[in-house]
Design a protein around this ligand. Structure first.
Ligand SMILES: O=P(O)(O)OC[C@H]1O[C@H](OP(=O)(O)OP(=O)(O)O)[C@H](O)[C@@H]1O
Ligand SMILES: O=c1cc[nH]c(=O)[nH]1
Ligand SMILES: [Mg+2]
Length: 209
């Protein structure tokens, strides 16, 4: 069973509350998604591997630790995942960015793929897959399958709001993928939107409703 980490930091809880508010406009919504992504990146990278190195301060030589240099990739699920990329890149500027285009068919609720472009060495990279919403879990499950088909073996998934059902589906389908969620909501409505959720993350980010 994969690990589920739900954010409990007051700054994140506060910003997720602002994000949920229907009166939050697209500009503020984008800023909040960016800020929450930065704060969550701190948690989602807590177990990155480190190695010892020798440096010299102005006072003395010392042995200290740095990141082991394992290669990272950030992979947003389009469209809404795009809103989380800049925040992550601000902390991990050397990461490569891959894109998986998926939308959820409103009738069948099944994910439909329309784009996939990944770094050529994706199989060697530690991957942070990002999407603000984990609802039925179908989109994240399919995106992880694409990544695994291309050889990816080290994947973690970061979302802003997850439903209990989406977490169950993802943990069952991909027990090796740890999940980092800004908040967890219990219910999906008849259209498989998260309740209370925040509405359609892509539409709110890009002002398309
Ligand atoms: O867990 P699921 O039930 O699959 O739902 C979650 C998916 O739905 C939303 O994308 P959407 O289909 O609205 O596409 P968009 O990002 O282009 O708006 C969201 O950003 C996820 O990708
Ligand atoms: O609540 C939801 C469910 C799917 N996609 C969204 O953007 N929001
Ligand atoms: Mg959408």
């Amino acid at each position: 069973m994969s690990k589920l980490t739900v954010m409990d930091h007051p700054l994140i809880i506060h910003k997720v509350s602002m994000l949920r508010d229907k009166n939050t406009g697209a500009k503020e919504f984008r800023e909040l998604v960016n800020e929450i992504s930065v704060l969550m990146a701190y948690e989602a990278t807590r177990d990155l591997s480190m190695e010892e190195t020798e440096i010299e301060t102005p006072i003395a030589k010392m042995t200290t630790k740095i990141l082991s240099g394992k290669k990272l990739a950030i992979v947003p699920i389009l469209r809404a995942g795009l809103g989380m990329v800049d925040g992550l890149l601000s902390l991990i500027p050397v990461a490569k960015v891959g894109h998986i285009g998926l939308y959820r068919d409103p009738e069948t609720l099944q994910p439909v793929e329309y784009y996939c472009k990944l770094p050529s060495d994706i199989a060697e990279r530690e991957i942070i897959l990002v999407d603000p919403m984990l609802a039925t879990g179908g989109s994240a499950e399919a995106a992880i399958e694409f990544l695994k088909e291309r050889g990816a073996a080290n994947i973690r998934f970061m979302c802003l709001i997850a439903s209990r059902k989406g977490i169950e589906v993802l943990q069952k389908a991909h027990p090796d993928v740890d999940i980092y969620a800004g908040a967890v909501d219990e219910v999906l409505n008849d259209h498989a939107y998260i309740v209370p959720g925040l509405g359609d993350a892509g539409d709110r980010l890009f002002g398309t409703k």
